[in-house]
Design a protein. Structure first.
Length: 216
């Protein structure tokens, strides 16, 4: 029987060998990604205007929407579209509400794994959750704090049925552009501007965004 101490020593040697064998550039990129996500994780809140362009195979012209996104750590998100038309998507913990001119629909994410993963796709990045990000995606990162690019490919279903990849770019803890490709070839490009990545939301702002109900 092999002594436990010998097994532990062998395991430490194996881990050390793997670290030493990793290309220095790869280790540097991993460290840069961790630093980026740490910056996002330390943000008090985010407000950003956006312009979203959907390119659909069935349409000859793209669909363009404009609005503002609000993120309140750790899991509160509002996406308001102001043109064309008006709509709101509110994520407050497990509670999701969508409102537009036709009415209001609510759901609980705990009952929908597909919706849970789709919402997580946005929340985990804004929240700087590296562990969850790597659980959901194969991650490719390049650049540094001054200019970075991130490519995310879903690791499993049901998310992979809806998304082929996300490609993002930005600077510091700010996302400037997000390109989402779908498996059927449709594409959505979102460009963010006038971003405040260190916003502290007042109680008045939170009430306006989320109403009286607390996060789940």
């Amino acid at each position: 029987m092999i002594p436990a101490a010998s097994i532990a020593r062998a395991a430490r040697i194996a881990v050390a060998f793997c670290v030493l064998a990793s290309p220095p550039a790869a280790r540097a990129q991993d460290q840069a990604l961790s630093a980026l996500l740490e910056g996002m994780r330390s943000a008090t809140g985010v407000i950003a205007e956006f312009e979203e362009t959907k390119q659909l195979a069935m349409l000859s012209q793209p669909l363009v929407a404009r609005g503002t996104v609000y993120f309140v750590p750790p899991a509160r998100l509002v996406r308001e579209v102001t043109s064309p038309g008006r709509s709101r998507l509110v994520v407050d913990g497990d509670r999701v509400v969508f409102e537009d001119e036709t009415g209001r629909n609510a759901m609980n994410l705990s009952g929908s794994p597909m919706a849970r993963q789709m919402i997580d796709s946005f929340v985990v990045l804004f929240n700087g959750d590296e562990k969850r990000l790597r659980e959901l995606y194969d991650v490719e990162f390049s650049g540094d704090a001054t200019a970075w690019k991130l490519r995310l490919v879903p690791r499993s279903m049901p998310l992979s049925r809806m998304v082929a990849s996300f490609e993002m770019s930005g600077a510091q803890a700010r996302i400037d552009r997000m390109d989402m490709a779908e498996p059927d070839g449709d594409r959505t490009v979102t460009v963010f501007g006038k971003t405040d990545s260190s916003h502290t939301f007042s109680e008045t702002e939170l009430k306006k965004l989320f109403g009286e109900a607390p996060a789940s």
